[in-house]
Design a protein around this ligand. Structure first.
Ligand code: PLP
Length: 415
């Protein structure tokens, strides 16, 4: 097999025109690596967002000033409340949620565990957890573990693999025994954007709770948790919030549920007065009760730089560009990939699409490593998918075109 070297290609008139007309085009330069000649196209911002310029300085400042200079005093000067203040900031700029309901702390996986258990405790006498078979593995595994541990039953639903959960999928399975419904707002594989408002309403008609996983929507799709009446939500900060590898997730609990909520990982940082070193667990009145141990302050720094950019641009403008990018991805698909036998696994209706587009072909499993060698970076999702993840502030139309062109070239080279 011959190895190819990166060869930049001039964008077509169409891609050039889209980039020139893009009011957010200037943001691309504000990301580390956007000028790296070894990376021709980064189309995996939905998996790991690029670092925002200035993050290194922010980390250095933490080390030099807050940690190195203030030492333990800085716990009182901001760190202790950071899970809540940062949660409120994500809530305001991306979640449509009022303060006091969002907290940043553990991974999405652990946050899911806490909230599914919280939901079961809040619906005593109901035994069923509803989840779809195409949900992200960790969501399914957490639910399976909780079922084994508590005796709850899982009601699996089948959804269109190139789509996602709909009101019609859920209506027949909800009932008096449903405690909680666990769904992804944007499906990690297909990119399907669920109608969260309608599904939440339906779940409530049956007296059950809904837990939305926002990993693939937060920071790219406008979200209205309060207006939709959502009970519980979790979401990633290393995808479209560019928080860096392993950055801690957030969780959201609707205000009315908090006073009676019982989460399963009782820790000293979630009580009324942590430094009283009390004898028994006395949970804080507010969302702080969802904090367990000492918060990962270091990991909470980089995402703040991305929140600066999202607040500056506005989530609606981010969504507008996102729809334009995924729309261009579909145009390119129709033009150059469909004739080569590639299938589309993402909804065509922009109202049902999140920030990424997935295409399938049996050769993709071999092609993706070759693309990575060429500096064209999408990701592969089994059994045969390439995901084009289009992070609106850091991805150009020309970059997307180049990525699709590279996929075409690899397919053509294989005959
Ligand atoms: C990325 C992602 C996760 C990741 O969970 P971690 O605990 O951060 O590994 C979970 N759920 C969905 C839907 C995701 O897209």
């Amino acid at each position: 097999m011959t190895t190819t070297t990166p060869t930049p290609v001039a964008p077509s008139a169409r891609a050039g025109e889209l980039d020139r007309a893009d009011p957010l085009a200037g943001y691309r330069d504000r990301f580390v690596g956007s000028d790296d000649p070894g990376v021709l196209a980064y189309v995996d911002g939905n998996s790991l967002g690029r670092p925002v310029r200035g993050v290194a300085e922010r980390m250095a400042e933490l080390v030099e000033t807050a940690w190195g200079g203030r030492l333990i005093r800085h716990w009182d000067e901001g760190w202790f409340d950071l899970p809540l203040t940062l949660g409120d900031r994500i809530a305001a700029s991306c979640l449509g949620a009022a303060p006091g309901q969002t907290v940043v702390g553990e991974s999405t996986t652990v946050s899911l565990y806490k909230l599914v258990r919280t939901a079961l405790a809040a619906r005593p006498g109901r035994h069923e957890i509803v989840i779809d078979r195409h949900n992200f593995p960790t969501d399914r595994f957490v639910v399976e573990g909780i079922a084994a541990e508590t005796g709850a039953r899982i009601r699996w639903i089948d959804v269109d693999p190139a789509g996602g959960p709909t009101v019609d999928d859920l209506a027949p399975v909800l009932g008096e025994d449903t405690a909680v419904v666990v769904l992804s707002h944007v499906a990690y594989r297909s990119g399907h954007l669920a109608d969260a408002r309608a599904i939440t309403e339906l779940v409530h008609q049956h007296g059950a709770l809904v837990l939305w996983d926002l990993c693939h929507s937060v920071g790219v799709v406008p979200i209205e948790l309060d207006a939709w009446g959502v009970d519980l939500a979790v979401g990633c900060t290393y995808k479209y919030l560019n928080g860096g590898p392993g950055a801690p997730a957030f969780l959201y609990v609707r205000r009315e549920m908090i006073p009676d909520a019982r989460q399963p990982i009782q820790g000293w940082m979630g009580v009324k007065d942590s430094f009283r070193m009390g004898e028994s667990y006395d949970p804080a009145d507010g969302i702080r009760r969802f904090v367990s141990g000492t918060p990962p302050v270091v990991g909470m720094q980089p995402m703040q730089a991305m929140l600066d950019l999202i607040e500056e641009a506005g989530i609606d403008a981010v969504r507008e560009k996102s729809v334009a990018l995924t729309g261009f991805a579909l145009e390119l698909y129709d033009e150059v990939l469909a004739p080569l036998g590639v299938t589309l696994s993402t909804p065509r209706d922009p109202a049902q699409r999140g920030g990424h587009v997935t295409v399938d072909h049996p050769a993709f499993v071999e092609i993706v490593p070759e693309l990575w060698r060429r500096g064209v970076i999408p990701d592969f999702r089994p059994p045969t998918g390439i995901r084009l993840g289009l992070s609106p502030l850091s991805t150009s139309f020309a970059e997307l075109e180049l990525a699709v062109g590279a996929v075409r070239d690899e397919l053509v080279a294989r005959g």
